[in-house]
Design a protein around this ligand. Structure first.
Ligand SMILES: NC(=O)c1ccc[n+]([C@@H]2O[C@H](COP(=O)([O-])OP(=O)(O)OC[C@H]3O[C@@H](n4cnc5c(N)ncnc54)[C@H](OP(=O)(O)O)[C@@H]3O)[C@@H](O)[C@H]2O)c1
Length: 326
C-alpha cells in the first residue's frame, strides 16, 4: 500500500516524508494501535528514540506490516536517536544495535544525536563535559549499513573502509563531500582523508541537534521548568483562519510549517487526530495567511523548556546550543 505524500530529499538521495508520526510518550497497546492507524492513513515516517522507550512496540507493528507485505522497507522512514547517556564514540554501536533489535530492523533511515549535551553513563544525570561531536559522528558513519557490509565483505574494519576511498566510491560522490571539496579546492578523496580534522577543514559535521526532551529525566529530576506559552491551537488568529478555511487549527499550523518546507512530526494518541494531522496536503495557505501566522512567532521567548533548570551548569557545556542568538 504505497503512500504518496510530499517528501524532502536528503543529501544521500533518501526521501523524508513531510509528515511523520511523533511517538514521545506513546506506549504499549496504545502505541501499537496508533501506529497501525497511522500506517493505514498513509504515514510512512515514524519518529522514535531510545529514551521514548517504545521502540519495541513500534518494532512489533512494523514487523507485522513488513512481514505481511503491506508495506515495503524502502517506503518507510524510521528515525531513532542516540540517548544522552551514549554521546561517546565508543557507545554508538551498541546503542544503535539495541535500537535496531527493538525496532526489528536492519537499519534506520536517520540516526540522530538526541541532545548535543551528553551525560556520563549510569550517572543519573551527571553531565559529561567532554562531548566530542566529530568523534560521535565518525562512529555513526562507521555504523552505516553500506560501510558495515562493505567492511564485512572486505574483511576490514568500518574505519578502514571509510578511509580507503578507492573502495568507497559512494562516499566520494556524497554531495556533502563533493561540495566541501569544491569549496576547499581539494579532491573528494582528500576531504575524506582529512574528514576528522576540523582544524584543516572547518567544522562540517552534520550532527543533529534537534531534540532535548527526556522522559526519564523528567521523572527523576523534578526541577525541570516548562514555561507556559499561549496555546496556538486556541489563538484567535489561528482559530478564525481555520474556520474560514474549513480546517482545524492543528491543520492550519501544520500546513504553515510544511509551506515553510519544514518536516512535521505531530504526536497524537487519538486516532481521529492522527488522521487529521495527516490530511494537510489538499489545501494551501495564501501568502497573507502565512504572514499572519509568521507574526505570531515569539522567537527565543517561544522556547518551552528551560534546560538550565534541569542541569546545573549545563550552559557551561562546550556544546550548549542555546547561547546562539535565535
Ligand atoms: N520531548 C521530546 O522528547 C521531544 C522533543 C521534541 C520533539 N519530539 C518528537 O516530536 C514529536 C512531537 O513533539 P511535540 O513536543 O511537538 O508534541 P507533543 O508535546 O509530543 O504532543 C503534541 C500534543 O498535541 C496534541 N495534539 C496532537 N494532534 C492534535 C490535533 N490535531 N489537535 C489538537 N491537539 C493535538 C496531542 O494530544 P493527543 O495525543 O491527545 O492528541 C499532544 O498533547 C514527539 O512525539 C517526538 O516524536 C520529542
Amino acid at each position: 500500500m504505497a503512500s504518496r505524500i510530499p517528501a524532502i530529499t536528503l543529501h544521500n538521495g533518501g526521501k523524508m516524508p513531510m509528515v511523520g508520526l511523533g511517538t514521545y510518550q506513546g506506549h504499549d497497546d496504545e502505541m501499537r494501535q496508533v501506529l497501525n492507524v497511522a500506517l493505514e492513513c498513509g504515514y510512512r515516517h515514524i519518529d522514535t528514540a531510545t529514551v521514548y522507550r517504545n521502540e519495541a512496540e513500534i518494532g512489533d507493528v512494523l514487523h507485522e506490516w513488513l512481514s505481511s507485505g503491506r508495506v515495503a522497507r524502502e517506503e518507510l522512514f524510521v528515525v531513532t536517536k542516540l540517548p544522552m547517556t551514549g554521546n561517546r564514540s565508543g557507545d554508538v554501536g551498541r546503542f544503535l544495535q539495541d535500537s535496531l533489535d527493538k525496532l526489528r530492523l536492519s537499519y534506520v533511515d536517520l540516526y540522530l544525536i538526541h541532545s548535543p549535551v551528553g551525560m556520563k553513563a549510569n550517572s543519573k544525570g551527571v553531565l559529561d563535559m567532554d562531548t566530542n561531536h566529530e568523534e560521535v559522528y565518525k562512529a555513526m558513519e562507521e555504523q552505516h549499513p553500506v560501510v558495515t557490509s562493505m567492511a564485512k565483505r572486505l574483511g576490514r574494519t568500518p574505519a578502514q573502509v571509510l578511509l580507503r576511498s578507492d573502495e568507497y566510491p559512494i562516499l566520494l560522490q556524497h554531495p556533502v563531500v563533493t561540495s566541501m571539496a569544491k569549496r576547499l579546492g581539494r579532491t573528494p578523496a582528500q576531504v575524506l582523508l582529512r574528514f576528522f580534522d576540523p582544524e584543516q577543514l572547518g567544522r562540517h559535521s552534520e550532527v543533529h541537534q534537534s531534540e532535548t526532551g527526556q522522559r526519564e529525566l523528567q521523572s527523576t529530576h523534578c526541577r525541570l521548568q516548562i514555561r507556559r506559552i499561549p496555546d496556538l491551537l486556541q489563538h484567535p488568529v489561528v482559530t478564525s483562519m481555520a474556520k474560514r478555511l474549513g480546517r482545524t487549527p492543528a491543520q492550519v499550523l501544520l500546513r504553515f510549517l510544511i509551506q515553510n518546507n519544514l518536516v512535521v512530526i505531530p504526536k497524537s494518541t487519538n486516532q481521529k487526530r492522527v488522521k487529521e494531522n495527516f490530511n494537510v496536503f489538499d489545501f494551501e495557505l495564501s501568502s497573507e495567511d502565512m504572514a499572519s501566522l509568521e507574526a505570531l512567532d515569539r522567537k527565543g521567548d517561544g522556547r518551552v523548556i528551560d534546560f538550565k533548570s534541569l542541569f546545573e551548569g549545563i550552559e557551561n557545556h562546550p556544546e550548549w546550543p542555546f547561547g546562539i542568538p535565535y
